[in-house]
Design a protein around this ligand. Structure first.
Ligand code: ARG
Length: 579
């Protein structure tokens, strides 16, 4: 596979330049396929070798490239070497290319394809805690929470595939004044019956109503403050109502996450850290890190010159803690409990400053592991609406995606004998949501567009699923002819070679995603794979071809199918076999 060739080329370079071969791995990359044109397979960037100090950084780079290219000898694996504008191109033996890629993919360990690459040999593996989704009880589940859910799930899947021990955590907004309102309001506007029937809806309704009431009703506001104080003082009646709200909500979310293919190892929440937050305040005080402001609040000075030009409030004047104080306590508690090697928080970019301050304060407190905490920010989604209006709950989005997809499927001729059209529509609809979200850089905002994301032809999740289903059906229809012997000389057309060359890049794409935690590399790789497969479907028929040719082509298609499915799963998409 990819690493076989990369290794061989690195060995060659190592021998010629008398350097350890590993030094060349980062400078070597598979050449991206462009419109099925004939290209080399790997390229070596000479300027990278110069910045790495492997080659002298003075002198004419083109000359240096040509010199190195002539020093490198061709052999039976690397058949052609050429120099071109600071880059050395390597073309490997075609039959070997076919063999080295298709063989591992035809075996059971095909799931490991790309993941056992030498690119990952220096990668540190350990425990990664990923915190994502983290909605607020009784409030809206907005587009930001949906983004956090699918992005966090992708990061957790990727880290796990690369051999890390991953802890998936949901950190619920289950504490704060909102529960004062909810608790006080429930007595007046709440109904246990409705709470049982449709918990999320009912809690939200009550919350909205109480807030409205409190706008002009001082008594209501006072009642809310009282309720929250009772809660903070652990008064049993208040606590038990709060507990009921929380339990019902978690149960409900659990169900919706399941539809989305997302799960959590731990449901934590702000409420878990209220007492610890007070301890953090004491600690900040004793370390001399907290000062009292003129307004009587507790602040930590984060200005570089210590002149209080930039401060972070950690304690209200009434002695209650804030969102950040609970986050400080939560981070410290997680480190103690789970001994993570890295922690990743996924939220929209408006919280970038919050996390920056969080990590700064943790460092100031002496928690050096805070520099292994990372915030992955993402942009806003505009216009996430359903046919009935504004989205309030995650379930609304999933229902709408399924309904629209079912509509589209019923109009398509290919949707006939399907066992579970609803389930398929659900999976395909969710892939459409995910691909729309993952196509660009995470920090950019985008406009939610049902019609565009559900197109079967465009670069959509539907296209990924459609290609996967088509490949599966090809495999099903030709079950008898699959075999383990492969004649590589039957797959030398440019159409096959382009697919194989593209597959050579898979480990690099995963590597890139693991570096910057952006799913776009993987999404675009898979979309491109689907385009290449579409031309192969046209140009390399299986049906009606000679037995040995049909076999070889089928192996190519089924390898493409495995990589497609593996990649989709990392993105958080469940591939469908029929649609
Ligand atoms: N519940 C928060 C919100 O909806 C997100 C929590 C993010 N995580 C954290 N550790 N602060 O905005």
């Amino acid at each position: 596979m990819a690493c076989f060739f990369r290794r061989r080329i690195a060995e060659k370079l190592g021998r010629t330049l008398k350097q350890p071969e590993d030094a060349f791995i980062p400078a070597l990359s598979a050449v991206p396929v462009f419109k099925k044109q004939k290209t080399a397979d790997f390229k070596l960037s000479v300027s990278t070798l110069r910045t790495e100090g492997i080659l002298p950084s003075s002198g004419d780079i083109q000359l240096q490239t040509e010199n190195l290219a002539t020093q490198l000898k061709q052999d039976s694996v690397v058949e052609h070497i050429s120099a071109d504008c600071g880059v050395i191109n390597f073309t490997v033996n075609r039959k070997l290319l076919v063999q080295k890629i298709l063989e591992p993919l035809g075996k059971q360990e095909g799931e490991k394809f790309g993941l056992d690459s030498e690119l990952f040999s220096t990668l540190k593996r350990g425990t990664t805690l990923v915190e994502y989704s983290s909605p607020n009880i009784a409030k809206k589940f907005h587009a930001g929470h949906l983004r956090s859910t699918i992005i966090g799930n992708f990061i957790a899947n990727l880290k796990q595939s690369l051999g890390n021990n991953v802890i998936r955590m949901n950190y619920l907004g289950d504490w704060g004044m909102q529960f004062g309102f909810l608790g006080a309001g429930f007595g007046q506007f709440g109904c246990q019956e409705k709470l049982k029937q449709n918990p999320l809806q009912h809690l939200f309704e009550v919350y909205v109503r109480v807030n409205k009431e409190a706008e002009h009703n001082e008594d209501m506001k006072q009642a809310a403050r009282d309720f929250f104080r009772q809660l903070e003082q652990h008064e049993s009646q208040a606590v038990s109502l709060w507990q009921q709200f929380r339990e019902i909500t978690v149960k409900e979310y659990h169900h919706v996450y399941k539809r989305l293919g997302v799960h959590f190892d731990i449901y934590s929440g702000e409420s878990d850290h209220q007492d610890q937050a007070q301890k953090v305040v004491e600690q900040l005080q004793s370390q001399g890190l907290m000062k009292t402001s003129e307004k009587g609040t507790g602040v930590v000075d984060l200005s570089p010159d210590g002149d209080m030009s930039s401060v972070c409030t950690v304690l209200r004047s009434d002695g209650t803690t804030l969102y950040i104080t609970r986050d400080l306590a939560a981070a410290i508690d997680r480190k103690h409990k789970y001994h993570f090697d890295e922690m990743i928080y996924v939220t929209d970019k408006s919280q970038a400053n919050h996390f920056h301050q969080l990590f700064q304060i943790l460092l100031a407190m002496g928690h050096s592991w805070a520099d292994r905490c990372r915030h992955v920010p993402f942009g806003l989604v505009q216009g996430m609406k359903t046919r009935t209006g504004e989205v309030v709950f995650l379930e609304d989005v999933l229902d709408e995606a399924r309904a629209r997809m079912l509509d589209n499927m019923s109009q398509s001729k290919t949707t006939k004998e399907m066992d579970d059209p609803e389930g398929t529509a659900e999976k395909v609809g969710i892939s459409a949501l995910i691909v729309q979200d993952f196509k660009g850089p995470l920090h950019t905002d985008y406009k939610f567009d049902w019609d565009r994301m559900l197109q079967a032809q465009g670069d959509t999740g539907v296209f990924l699923q459609y290609t996967h289903a088509r490949l599966c059906s090809l495999k099903r229809r030709n079950e008898g002819i699959e075999s383990s012997t492969l004649d590589p000389s039957l797959l030398l057309e440019q159409t096959s070679i382009s697919i194989l060359q593209h597959l050579l890049r898979y480990d690099e794409v995963l590597y890139q995603s693991a570096q910057d935690l952006q799913p776009k590399h993987l999404v675009n790789f898979l979309l491109k794979l689907c385009h290449l497969v579409a031309s192969a479907h046209r140009e390399l028929p299986v049906k009606g071809s000679r037995q040995d040719l049909a076999k070889a082509r089928l192996q190519l298609f089924s390898s493409a199918c495995s990589v497609l499915a593996n990649g989709m799963r990392i993105l958080g998409i469940t591939p469908v076999d029929k649609m």
